[in-house]
Ligand binder design. Structure first.
Ligand code: GLA
Length: 380
């Protein structure tokens, strides 16, 4: 499997955890199509932990829970595929999954074959109950080899939360995306914390092995398994903009059967998604007075885009409204170049031709502005 853009989809865990069944999955597949998510690029429907029985069969194969999935996983896969979607499933590199179901350790080839027979297109592979004598890179190589030889093209989503210096070995394992942080919860502190954890990992993010900042909490509004206080509309916008510009996979975690208009407005913003899905997939970089985090909570993230435009996200991660500034010089557009920027803000669609070397923007606490900037002649 070669993945050239951050994967996009929906996953059961954030909202439903163990409360999953055939009906939920089929309704969610319908919702992905009917609500325009598939059309916007969200193509993977991923069933997370808790889908199997607690024991293997007589040939050591995993068995789908008879109660939750009475028709089995092939039936589910066929339904998902009939909708034009791709099917994701979950297992774990250890002896058990994080929720205590059978893990794939020592059963990697049997499980990869089972997943191929089901019609799986995506495997999320967790890190709980890891045998201590086997290093993480070997556990992921085992399954990476098994998947690459199972006869089906299956995206490999490693989920070792950045533990054991994952960034140093993950690209050796056939993984197409890797969890570079701990688990997200539906509150501002978690979003803030994941962004901070992510700062040092940008150089490791690449085509075919994307840094995964965990599933989105947009639209959860405090409901479901990882639902805590919930976030405001503006905080969810900031969350989505950050994940987008940092090239994280965009995997939705709310109940997509019941999305509010505000939630759809965020998740279906095609201009912001286009920044995330940009073909050249350049590493984002920080500019501004404080290019590396100290006690400053303003961040200006920039990403060069395939058509010559620049994506510029200005984020106020702090608690007070503030003026965030950036200079054209730091973007490679100093005065001598004779060039400036025509900015389009991607949440409001407001456009603005930049007239001064230094751009100053008032940004409220927990808020952001995200622009696509076109480089144009500076006749002003
Ligand atoms: C870990 C993962 C989560 C989820 C749960 C399932 O915590 O990081 O994303 O898959 O396990 O048990």
């Amino acid at each position: 499997m070669i993945k050239l853009k951050p994967p996009m989809g929906w996953n059961t865990w954030n909202t439903f955890a163990e409360k999953i069944d055939e009906k939920l999955i089929m309704e969610s597949a319908d919702a992905m199509v009917e609500n325009g998510l598939l059309e916007a690029g969200y193509e993977y429907l991923v069933i997370d932990d808790c889908w199997s029985e607690h024991h293997r069969d007589e040939k050591n194969r995993l068995i789908a829970s008879k109660e939750k999935f009475p028709h089995g996983m092939k039936y589910i896969a066929d339904y998902i595929h009939s909708k034009g979607l791709l099917f994701g499933i979950y297992s774990c590199a250890g002896n058990m999954t994080c929720a205590g179901f059978p893990g794939s350790f020592e059963y990697e080839y049997i499980d990869a074959k089972t997943f191929a027979e089901y019609g799986v297109d995506f495997l999320k592979y967790d890190y709980c109950y890891k045998p201590i004598e086997t290093p993480g890179h070997l556990l992921y190589k085992r399954m990476g080899n098994a998947l690459a030889n199972c006869g089906r093209d299956i995206l490999f989503n490693a989920c070792s939360w950045g533990y054991d210096d994952t960034e140093n070995w993950i690209k050796t394992t056939n993984s197409n995306m890797w969890r570079s942080t701990g688990d997200i919860s539906d509150c501002w502190a978690s979003i803030h914390n994941i962004h901070t954890q992510q700062l040092r990992f940008q150089a490791f993010n690449s085509i075919n092995c994307f840094n995964d900042m965990d599933m989105l909490v947009v639209g959860m509004n405090g409901n479901g398994h990882v639902g805590l206080t919930g976030c405001s509309f503006e905080e969810y916008k900031t969350h989505f903009s950050l994940w987008a510009i940092l090239n994280s996979p965009l995997i939705i975690g709310c109940d997509i059967r019941n999305m509010s208009d505000d939630t759809k407005k965020i998740l279906l913003n095609k201009s912001v998604i286009a920044i995330n899905q940009d073909k050249s997939c350049r590493q984002p970089f920080l500019i501004g007075a404080h290019p590396w985090p100290d006690d400053n909570e303003d961040y200006v993230w920039v990403k060069m885009l395939e058509n010559g435009d620049l994506a510029i996200g200005i984020f106020n991660m702090g608690e007070t409204d503030t003026n965030i500034k950036f200079s054209l010089f730091d973007l490679g557009l100093g005065r001598v170049t004779g060039k400036t920027l025509l900015l389009t803000e991607l949440w409001t669609n407001e456009t603005e031709l930049i007239k001064n070397e230094v751009v100053m923007k008032n940004v409220k606490a927990h808020n952001c502005k995200i622009y696509r900037g076109k480089i144009v002649d500076n006749n002003v």
